[in-house]
Ligand binder design. Structure first.
Ligand SMILES: [Zn+2]
Length: 94
């Protein structure tokens, strides 16, 4: 029974969990991929999306509390009668 020796792994992009093995002639024979970067990198877009949603909600609440236009942040305290923001034209209630 012949058991092949494990290939000599050479770290290629070690921070990304990639390693390669070559035969004595220098030809690529195997690629090893460590899986932990996959879920970590996959989590970045949803976390970014959630952060943007939370930030947008916080900005809108802050602008509403200060009497500013929700769309552009223009100070509407003196121009409530117009019904529209004089800066961007967005409508508002109240
Ligand atoms: Zn506006």
């Amino acid at each position: 029974m012949l058991i092949a020796a494990p290939p000599p792994w050479q770290p290629t992009w070690q921070r990304l969990g990639l390693a390669t093995a070559t035969d004595p002639a220098g030809r690529l024979t195997a690629v090893r991929v460590t899986v932990y970067p996959v879920p970590v990198l996959s989590a970045v877009p949803p976390l970014l999306w959630i952060w943007l949603l939370v930030r947008r909600r916080w900005v809108r609440r802050s602008r509403a509390a200060k009497g500013e236009c929700l769309a552009c942040g223009y100070d509407l305290r003196a121009s409530r009668a117009a019904g529209r923001c004089p800066e961007c034209g967005a409508g508002f209630r109240g």
